[in-house]
Design a protein around this ligand. Sequence first.
Ligand code: ADP
Length: 242
Amino acid sequence: MIEIGHKSDVKLVIDGKRLDGRSSNELREVDMKIGVINRATGSALVRFGNTVAIAAVHGPRELFPRFLQQSEAGILRVRYNMAPFSVDDRKSPGPDRRSTEISKVIRSALEEVIFLEEFPKATIDVFVEILQADGSTRVTAINAASLALASAGIPMRDLVSACSVGKIDNQLIVDLNGKEDNFGETDMALAMQGGRKNVTLLQMDGVLTNVEFEKLLGFAKENCLKIYELQKKTLKEAYKRD
Ligand code: ADP
């Protein structure tokens, strides 16, 4: 349910702690798993607290209709979708402006790490379903999609790791939950290539001073690297030989 109220009516930090008990620079509990969908070429599930995303990769496969094919390189297509049951009030099913925008930013956050030139005339399709939404769904989706691409054996330059940061009750924090996103002052989503450290997504909603922005960028990069380590660990454990 979307809560109605003025932003300033809702206290989000009490005695230095956030409502879910976290400190400012603390991620929610994170779970990652690959190989969760048999029929996909690769798949992954990522959970940050109550936000759960599942990603499935199909391809590379020949792109139809043929006039969309590119002779030099393959293309990446991404569909982000929030399930109707992912939020308290049922969300009307199907695409909307928000999901179209998020699909586009996820694609541009991922596209550069894939050796698409190895797959002329082909498409790689990534489907991300948000099963539970409690803030930061786009960054959770990117983490899941990146793992699913790796588990599909798609040749990649790097893994993409993403997290959200923001400002609530005048405090700078990481990994916003739904309430913090809806009632906070500012939220920012960042994705970066974990090994090469290139930023591939930066979106911000709200206002920050230059000093706050620099500090949040530091928080975001630090936490993206933590997520990168978890992604690597998840992949290594899945392919470990006894
Ligand atoms: P992100 O999920 O990447 O932070 P938004 O800032 O657009 O993207 O959304 C913030 C949060 O608002 C979502 O994670 C979700 O918890 C909630 N939300 C988004 N769309 C809806 C909706 N249609 N109904 C209820 N809650 C929603």
